[in-house]
Design a protein around this ligand. Structure first.
Ligand code: HPA
Length: 273
Protein backbone atom coordinates (compact mmCIF):
# COMPACT_ATOMS: atom_id res chain seq x y z
CA UNK A 1 0.00 0.00 0.00
CA UNK A 2 1.56 3.23 -1.21
CA UNK A 3 1.20 5.92 1.44
CA UNK A 4 1.96 8.72 -1.03
CA UNK A 5 -1.03 7.65 -3.16
CA UNK A 6 -3.30 7.58 -0.12
CA UNK A 7 -2.20 11.10 0.81
CA UNK A 8 -2.63 12.33 -2.75
CA UNK A 9 -6.21 11.03 -2.96
CA UNK A 10 -7.00 12.42 0.50
CA UNK A 11 -5.54 15.83 -0.32
CA UNK A 12 -7.62 16.03 -3.48
CA UNK A 13 -10.76 15.18 -1.49
CA UNK A 14 -9.99 17.64 1.31
CA UNK A 15 -10.17 20.40 -1.30
CA UNK A 16 -13.57 19.17 -2.53
CA UNK A 17 -15.30 18.48 0.77
CA UNK A 18 -16.67 21.14 3.09
CA UNK A 19 -16.66 18.98 6.21
CA UNK A 20 -14.08 16.74 7.82
CA UNK A 21 -15.89 13.40 8.09
CA UNK A 22 -16.01 11.63 11.43
CA UNK A 23 -17.78 8.50 10.21
CA UNK A 24 -17.23 6.59 6.99
CA UNK A 25 -19.93 4.51 5.33
CA UNK A 26 -19.56 1.78 2.73
CA UNK A 27 -22.89 1.17 1.04
CA UNK A 28 -23.52 -2.29 -0.37
CA UNK A 29 -25.57 -3.57 -3.30
CA UNK A 30 -28.96 -1.88 -3.38
CA UNK A 31 -28.11 0.15 -0.27
CA UNK A 32 -26.59 3.17 -2.01
CA UNK A 33 -29.86 5.09 -1.46
CA UNK A 34 -28.53 6.05 1.95
CA UNK A 35 -26.19 8.49 0.21
CA UNK A 36 -29.25 10.38 -1.02
CA UNK A 37 -30.16 11.16 2.60
CA UNK A 38 -26.88 12.97 3.21
CA UNK A 39 -27.41 16.71 3.71
CA UNK A 40 -25.29 19.45 2.13
CA UNK A 41 -23.85 16.73 -0.08
CA UNK A 42 -20.68 17.13 -2.09
CA UNK A 43 -20.34 14.27 -4.58
CA UNK A 44 -17.08 13.19 -6.14
CA UNK A 45 -17.16 10.46 -8.81
CA UNK A 46 -14.47 7.85 -8.26
CA UNK A 47 -12.93 8.48 -11.66
CA UNK A 48 -12.03 12.03 -10.61
CA UNK A 49 -10.10 10.95 -7.52
CA UNK A 50 -6.37 10.30 -8.07
CA UNK A 51 -5.59 6.54 -7.94
CA UNK A 52 -9.16 5.52 -7.11
CA UNK A 53 -10.44 2.40 -8.89
CA UNK A 54 -13.70 2.71 -10.83
CA UNK A 55 -16.81 0.63 -10.06
CA UNK A 56 -18.45 -1.55 -12.72
CA UNK A 57 -21.33 -3.48 -11.08
CA UNK A 58 -24.96 -2.63 -11.79
CA UNK A 59 -26.70 -0.86 -8.92
CA UNK A 60 -23.49 0.88 -7.89
CA UNK A 61 -23.19 4.57 -8.72
CA UNK A 62 -19.50 4.93 -7.98
CA UNK A 63 -18.97 8.14 -6.05
CA UNK A 64 -17.92 9.45 -2.68
CA UNK A 65 -20.54 11.56 -0.95
CA UNK A 66 -19.48 14.02 1.76
CA UNK A 67 -21.99 15.81 3.97
CA UNK A 68 -23.89 15.40 7.21
CA UNK A 69 -26.43 13.01 8.72
CA UNK A 70 -28.22 14.44 11.78
CA UNK A 71 -25.50 17.10 11.78
CA UNK A 72 -22.68 14.54 12.00
CA UNK A 73 -20.03 14.88 9.26
CA UNK A 74 -19.78 11.70 7.16
CA UNK A 75 -18.30 10.38 3.94
CA UNK A 76 -20.07 7.57 2.12
CA UNK A 77 -18.91 5.26 -0.64
CA UNK A 78 -21.88 4.90 -2.95
CA UNK A 79 -20.75 1.68 -4.59
CA UNK A 80 -17.78 -0.40 -3.50
CA UNK A 81 -15.06 -2.34 -5.28
CA UNK A 82 -15.35 -6.11 -5.30
CA UNK A 83 -12.55 -8.62 -5.58
CA UNK A 84 -14.60 -10.56 -8.17
CA UNK A 85 -14.53 -7.55 -10.48
CA UNK A 86 -10.82 -8.15 -10.87
CA UNK A 87 -9.56 -5.49 -8.48
CA UNK A 88 -6.68 -6.44 -6.21
CA UNK A 89 -7.26 -6.43 -2.45
CA UNK A 90 -5.14 -3.29 -2.39
CA UNK A 91 -7.58 -1.55 -4.75
CA UNK A 92 -10.63 -2.92 -2.91
CA UNK A 93 -9.38 -1.45 0.37
CA UNK A 94 -7.79 1.77 -0.92
CA UNK A 95 -10.88 3.87 -0.07
CA UNK A 96 -10.69 2.71 3.57
CA UNK A 97 -7.10 3.98 3.77
CA UNK A 98 -8.20 7.27 2.26
CA UNK A 99 -11.07 7.61 4.73
CA UNK A 100 -8.65 7.08 7.59
CA UNK A 101 -6.36 9.75 6.12
CA UNK A 102 -9.36 12.12 5.93
CA UNK A 103 -9.80 11.82 9.70
CA UNK A 104 -12.58 9.23 9.87
CA UNK A 105 -12.72 7.48 13.28
CA UNK A 106 -15.27 4.77 12.67
CA UNK A 107 -16.59 2.88 9.70
CA UNK A 108 -20.09 1.55 9.03
CA UNK A 109 -19.82 -1.28 6.52
CA UNK A 110 -22.99 -2.55 4.88
CA UNK A 111 -23.72 -5.33 2.42
CA UNK A 112 -26.39 -7.56 0.96
CA UNK A 113 -25.86 -11.14 2.09
CA UNK A 114 -27.39 -14.57 1.81
CA UNK A 115 -28.91 -16.02 4.97
CA UNK A 116 -27.16 -19.20 6.14
CA UNK A 117 -28.86 -19.28 9.53
CA UNK A 118 -32.26 -20.92 9.02
CA UNK A 119 -33.85 -18.66 11.62
CA UNK A 120 -33.30 -15.70 9.31
CA UNK A 121 -35.63 -14.54 6.57
CA UNK A 122 -35.09 -12.33 3.53
CA UNK A 123 -35.42 -8.70 4.55
CA UNK A 124 -33.84 -9.19 7.98
CA UNK A 125 -31.06 -6.88 9.06
CA UNK A 126 -28.11 -8.68 10.65
CA UNK A 127 -25.58 -7.04 12.91
CA UNK A 128 -22.19 -8.54 12.04
CA UNK A 129 -20.57 -9.70 15.28
CA UNK A 130 -17.59 -11.41 13.60
CA UNK A 131 -16.44 -12.71 10.25
CA UNK A 132 -14.75 -15.68 8.61
CA UNK A 133 -12.28 -14.80 5.88
CA UNK A 134 -12.84 -17.42 3.19
CA UNK A 135 -11.43 -15.26 0.38
CA UNK A 136 -8.18 -17.18 0.21
CA UNK A 137 -5.90 -14.26 0.95
CA UNK A 138 -5.44 -11.19 3.14
CA UNK A 139 -5.15 -7.54 2.06
CA UNK A 140 -2.21 -6.99 4.46
CA UNK A 141 0.07 -9.54 2.78
CA UNK A 142 3.28 -7.83 1.71
CA UNK A 143 5.69 -5.43 3.36
CA UNK A 144 4.07 -3.65 6.30
CA UNK A 145 4.14 0.16 6.37
CA UNK A 146 4.19 0.95 10.10
CA UNK A 147 2.72 4.42 9.38
CA UNK A 148 -0.48 2.60 8.42
CA UNK A 149 -0.64 0.00 11.19
CA UNK A 150 1.13 -2.88 12.93
CA UNK A 151 2.49 -6.02 11.27
CA UNK A 152 0.21 -8.43 13.16
CA UNK A 153 -3.10 -6.72 13.84
CA UNK A 154 -5.39 -8.07 16.54
CA UNK A 155 -8.72 -9.24 15.12
CA UNK A 156 -10.33 -10.32 18.39
CA UNK A 157 -12.70 -7.38 18.14
CA UNK A 158 -12.99 -6.88 14.40
CA UNK A 159 -16.49 -5.54 14.97
CA UNK A 160 -16.61 -3.18 17.94
CA UNK A 161 -18.48 -4.66 20.90
CA UNK A 162 -19.36 -1.17 22.00
CA UNK A 163 -20.97 -0.45 18.62
CA UNK A 164 -22.73 -3.83 18.62
CA UNK A 165 -24.27 -2.96 21.98
CA UNK A 166 -25.21 0.54 20.81
CA UNK A 167 -26.80 -0.94 17.69
CA UNK A 168 -28.93 -3.31 19.73
CA UNK A 169 -30.16 -0.45 21.92
CA UNK A 170 -30.91 1.74 18.90
CA UNK A 171 -32.78 -1.06 17.08
CA UNK A 172 -34.81 -1.70 20.20
CA UNK A 173 -35.64 1.99 20.63
CA UNK A 174 -36.87 2.43 17.08
CA UNK A 175 -38.58 -1.01 16.97
CA UNK A 176 -36.46 -2.59 14.27
CA UNK A 177 -35.89 -6.33 14.31
CA UNK A 178 -32.16 -7.02 14.33
CA UNK A 179 -30.54 -10.40 13.89
CA UNK A 180 -26.89 -10.90 14.72
CA UNK A 181 -24.24 -13.27 13.48
CA UNK A 182 -21.07 -14.22 11.70
CA UNK A 183 -20.47 -13.07 8.11
CA UNK A 184 -18.58 -15.43 5.81
CA UNK A 185 -16.71 -13.59 3.05
CA UNK A 186 -16.29 -15.49 -0.24
CA UNK A 187 -14.75 -14.25 -3.48
CA UNK A 188 -17.77 -14.84 -5.73
CA UNK A 189 -18.85 -14.12 -8.39
CA UNK A 190 -20.67 -17.47 -8.27
CA UNK A 191 -23.15 -17.88 -5.49
CA UNK A 192 -22.26 -20.79 -3.22
CA UNK A 193 -23.30 -24.40 -3.70
CA UNK A 194 -25.74 -25.97 -1.22
CA UNK A 195 -22.87 -28.14 0.08
CA UNK A 196 -20.75 -25.05 0.73
CA UNK A 197 -23.61 -23.43 2.58
CA UNK A 198 -24.01 -26.53 4.80
CA UNK A 199 -20.28 -26.35 5.48
CA UNK A 200 -20.44 -22.66 6.43
CA UNK A 201 -23.35 -23.35 8.77
CA UNK A 202 -21.38 -26.14 10.44
CA UNK A 203 -18.42 -23.78 10.78
CA UNK A 204 -20.48 -21.13 12.54
CA UNK A 205 -21.47 -18.84 9.69
CA UNK A 206 -24.82 -17.03 9.69
CA UNK A 207 -24.61 -15.08 6.43
CA UNK A 208 -22.53 -15.18 3.23
CA UNK A 209 -21.41 -12.48 0.87
CA UNK A 210 -18.71 -11.34 -1.54
CA UNK A 211 -17.36 -8.22 0.17
CA UNK A 212 -16.69 -6.56 3.54
CA UNK A 213 -13.94 -8.84 4.88
CA UNK A 214 -11.00 -7.08 3.13
CA UNK A 215 -12.32 -3.62 4.01
CA UNK A 216 -12.78 -4.58 7.66
CA UNK A 217 -9.28 -6.08 7.89
CA UNK A 218 -7.79 -2.85 6.57
CA UNK A 219 -10.05 -0.73 8.78
CA UNK A 220 -8.80 -2.61 11.85
CA UNK A 221 -5.20 -2.32 10.68
CA UNK A 222 -5.83 1.45 10.43
CA UNK A 223 -7.31 1.60 13.91
CA UNK A 224 -10.88 2.35 12.82
CA UNK A 225 -13.81 1.09 14.89
CA UNK A 226 -16.16 -0.98 12.74
CA UNK A 227 -19.90 -1.49 12.69
CA UNK A 228 -21.10 -4.08 10.16
CA UNK A 229 -24.66 -4.51 8.92
CA UNK A 230 -25.88 -7.14 6.48
CA UNK A 231 -29.18 -6.93 4.73
CA UNK A 232 -30.28 -10.55 4.29
CA UNK A 233 -31.45 -10.30 0.71
CA UNK A 234 -32.11 -14.00 0.09
CA UNK A 235 -31.72 -17.34 1.77
CA UNK A 236 -28.39 -18.90 0.76
CA UNK A 237 -28.23 -21.72 -1.81
CA UNK A 238 -30.02 -24.95 -1.02
CA UNK A 239 -32.16 -23.64 1.85
CA UNK A 240 -35.15 -22.92 -0.36
CA UNK A 241 -35.96 -24.90 -3.48
CA UNK A 242 -35.18 -22.03 -5.86
CA UNK A 243 -32.22 -20.61 -7.78
CA UNK A 244 -30.49 -17.39 -6.70
CA UNK A 245 -30.15 -14.25 -8.77
CA UNK A 246 -28.95 -10.67 -8.44
CA UNK A 247 -32.43 -9.29 -9.17
CA UNK A 248 -33.76 -10.88 -6.00
CA UNK A 249 -30.94 -9.27 -4.03
CA UNK A 250 -31.82 -5.83 -5.38
CA UNK A 251 -35.60 -6.38 -4.92
CA UNK A 252 -35.18 -7.29 -1.25
CA UNK A 253 -32.85 -4.41 -0.44
CA UNK A 254 -35.39 -2.12 -2.15
CA UNK A 255 -38.18 -3.56 0.02
CA UNK A 256 -36.37 -3.06 3.34
CA UNK A 257 -34.63 0.19 2.61
CA UNK A 258 -36.90 2.28 4.88
CA UNK A 259 -35.84 0.33 7.96
CA UNK A 260 -32.25 0.15 6.83
CA UNK A 261 -32.10 3.93 6.33
CA UNK A 262 -33.78 4.69 9.64
CA UNK A 263 -31.47 2.35 11.50
CA UNK A 264 -28.19 3.51 9.94
CA UNK A 265 -29.08 7.20 10.31
CA UNK A 266 -29.93 6.64 13.95
CA UNK A 267 -26.62 4.82 14.46
CA UNK A 268 -24.71 7.73 12.91
CA UNK A 269 -26.46 10.08 15.35
CA UNK A 270 -25.55 7.82 18.25
CA UNK A 271 -21.94 7.31 17.14
CA UNK A 272 -21.38 10.98 16.40
CA UNK A 273 -22.74 12.16 19.75
N1 HPA B 1 -24.23 -15.42 -1.48
C1 HPA B 1 -23.19 -14.60 -1.66
N2 HPA B 1 -23.32 -13.30 -1.77
C2 HPA B 1 -24.55 -12.78 -1.69
C3 HPA B 1 -25.68 -13.58 -1.50
C4 HPA B 1 -25.51 -14.99 -1.40
O1 HPA B 1 -26.45 -15.77 -1.23
N3 HPA B 1 -26.76 -12.74 -1.45
C5 HPA B 1 -26.27 -11.48 -1.60
N4 HPA B 1 -24.95 -11.50 -1.75
Amino acid sequence: MDYAKIQQAANYLKEQAKVQPKIGLILGSGLGVLAEEIEDAVRTPYDQIPDFPVSTVEGHAGQLVFGTIHGIPVVAMQGRFHYYEGYSFEQVTFPVRVMKELGVESLIVTNAAGGVNKDFEPGDLMLITDHINNMGSNPLIGKNDSRLGVRFPDMSEAYSKELVNKAKTVANNIHIKLQEGVYVGNTGPTYETPAEIRMFRTLGGDAVGMSTVPEVIVARHSGLQVLGISCISNMAAGILDQPLNHEEVIETTERVKENFLRFVKEMVKEMGA
